[in-house]
Design a protein around this ligand. Sequence first.
Ligand code: FEO
Length: 398
Amino acid sequence: MQTLEITKDIHWVGVLNTTLRAFDVVFQTRFGSTYNSYLIQADKPTLIDCVHEKFDREYLEKLRSLINLRDICYIVVNHTEMDHTGALGLLLKETPNAQILATKTASLFLKNILHAEVKGKMVEDGECISLGNKQLKFIHAPYWHWPDTMFTYLEEEHMLFSCDGFATHFCDERLFDDLVDDFAEDFRYYFEHVMGPYRKKILEAIEKIKNLDIRLIAPSHGPILRTDPWKYINAYKDWSTPRKDPHKKLILVLYASMYGNTKKMAEAVARGASTMTTEVKLLDAANVSPEFMRCEIESAEGILIGSSTINGDALMPLWNIMNIMFSVNVKLKKCATFGTYGWSGEATRLMEDRLKGLKLHIVQPPVKVLFTPTEEDLKRCSIFGYDFAQSLTTSSAT
Ligand code: FEO
């Protein structure tokens, strides 16, 4: 695939990575991905974003098929992660008249990525730059999903170049959202994994673009969104908006139980944790997907995790959920563990170790029950839950 005309003056000049199956090592890309870059053929020709280093020569060939590289005046770097800046080193050698436009943070990052002084300008939030017959407006959008990120809005064409925002790891060379196969599930997956930890920042940036007349979103990965761009913006807004009662603190009581004994403990813990100021969600880890849990964990102020011990370990569904916590903003959320055991009872300690590693704050020692809980044990569990709820009204850990 060579290049693709979006409008007479705007071309997609990105590359396809059909074989990619994991992005940043951990995020699944079951249909590959694309690194999108866009050429604006204005009086002052401008490139938006760049591509992965692996494709730098292919990328330059595409550009040369449309323009003399010496004519390029600006290269907009909306975000500096190397999937978008890897080819920049070679590109800059071929574009001696180009200036880089980026946020202050992105400009600092670029110095350490390229190890060279970069000829460019730091653009302010809301700043406009004329390309002669067209105009760009820059909207800072920090933590979409790095601190350096911004959007670029091309006013005459009503296009938002959103970099990783509204992107999808989905490789289909037809590129336009109305032509490619169904990518809804992958769009959501991308949001949850890449943007999910920054929901507050997502809402802040959507507030900034809500009055723009956006008719097309050109992200840096996957389909170009031209049929109903606001559908995607509103989806981000919806997924980022907190669901819980704003007056109550949310506690997740998450458990896995082999014979129902840890489940009984979890129910007693949940009863104790339900107070005037808390809302409790009791969830069986074996019946929820880790993906669903991401949103719940993000919303919760406190997390209580219970497991039976089997072969000296906690149960797998809980490990699966704790494994996705690295991509959720869990730092200093309060937590504690509980569980049943038969002889060794390592599950609670092992889960504590993992939670500490994730920088959650363990607020109280575990409650453990040998084999089956008695009425007295269930009272202990209820008190354990109550004490935990009380801890949420005290100041956070330092
Ligand atoms: Fe597509 Fe954050 O890089």
